[in-house]
Design a protein around this ligand. Sequence first.
Ligand SMILES: *[C@@H]1O[C@H](CO)[C@@H](O)[C@H](O)[C@H]1NC(C)=O
Ligand SMILES: *[C@@H]1O[C@H](CO)[C@@H](O)[C@H](O)[C@H]1NC(C)=O
Ligand SMILES: *[C@@H]1O[C@H](CO)[C@@H](O)[C@H](O)[C@H]1NC(C)=O
Ligand SMILES: *[C@@H]1O[C@H](CO)[C@@H](O)[C@H](O)[C@H]1NC(C)=O
Ligand SMILES: *[C@@H]1O[C@H](CO)[C@@H](O)[C@H](O)[C@H]1NC(C)=O
Length: 245
Amino acid sequence: MHLLTVLSLAQLGLGTTTLIPTTCFDSYASLEKYFDYLYPWGSDHNGAARMVGNSTDHEYISVNSSTLTLVAKPVTGQPPTSSGVAINYLSGTVYAAQTFTVEAGSGFDIQAEFQAPTEKGTWPAFWLTGVDSWPPEIDLAEWKGTGDISFNTFNTSSEVEAVNVDYPSPDEFHTVRGEIRDEDGSNISVKFYLDGELVTTEYGEDYIGKPLYLIIDLQMEGSSGSPGPTTDTYYLIRNLSFEQI
Ligand SMILES: *[C@@H]1O[C@H](CO)[C@@H](O)[C@H](O)[C@H]1NC(C)=O
Ligand SMILES: *[C@@H]1O[C@H](CO)[C@@H](O)[C@H](O)[C@H]1NC(C)=O
Ligand SMILES: *[C@@H]1O[C@H](CO)[C@@H](O)[C@H](O)[C@H]1NC(C)=O
Ligand SMILES: *[C@@H]1O[C@H](CO)[C@@H](O)[C@H](O)[C@H]1NC(C)=O
Ligand SMILES: *[C@@H]1O[C@H](CO)[C@@H](O)[C@H](O)[C@H]1NC(C)=O
């Protein structure tokens, strides 16, 4: 039997395409090649942090030593969001410049190392969300101020698979990995790993062919509780890779 009939191309590392390389945080030029500042829709979302950041101002979003740092700082005097949420912080968010679509017969492997805060009122996340509709949403990692890390896949706003597990020593880097695969031409599976251990496998309905944004944000308060910290909050990410299978 020929070797290639025993080992899949993916197992051999062939047939994979690097969409975001591990060098993406090596410089501002590289950051800005693969990411844009803010949310795809602007500065505000569903929490108490308003995002700031652009190519000339790196107070809230910086790269150094191949590490992306997002900082949230308490603020007063900001107007609320358009939906009336009070703004108590300025913070940083980036999203991938390209969007990602799981096609039939394919998938993605996404991995990065995080030093993420878990105090009450801190809500960092690393997530995929639909470009043209919501859901789809896959929270590859989300920390909601409890000490846990959450792994979530949404079918609808009420039909959600959500798994929360203990997140030890938040002041150290931990590796998060998500493996997304087409299951049947319509639904997908997601294997979530923390520090190399498979934590859970979740399934998403009707995800194939729907483009997704990748967002790295440091939201505050909202689902992570309030009041949040009165000092600056830091969220660090390094060695991110995004591979198409
Ligand atoms: C970048 O953002 C700062 C505020 O954080 C603002 O003063 C400056 O005008 C912005 N620059 C550009 C080019 O948008
Ligand atoms: C960059 O990172 C290094 C190592 O972590 C640190 O010593 C240095 O202070 C940082 N520089 C800036 C400008 O943040
Ligand atoms: C996707 O999952 C739904 C719900 O489990 C199921 O009804 C449907 O048949 C699945 N789609 C395909 C193409 O198998
Ligand atoms: C979402 O849909 C998938 C595919 O049909 C299904 O396997 C999964 O159980 C659903 N999730 C929830 C929370 O019902
Ligand atoms: C960076 O991540 C890749 C996987 O994407 C892994 O193979 C490599 O060992 C990591 N490098 C470091 C220095 O941790």
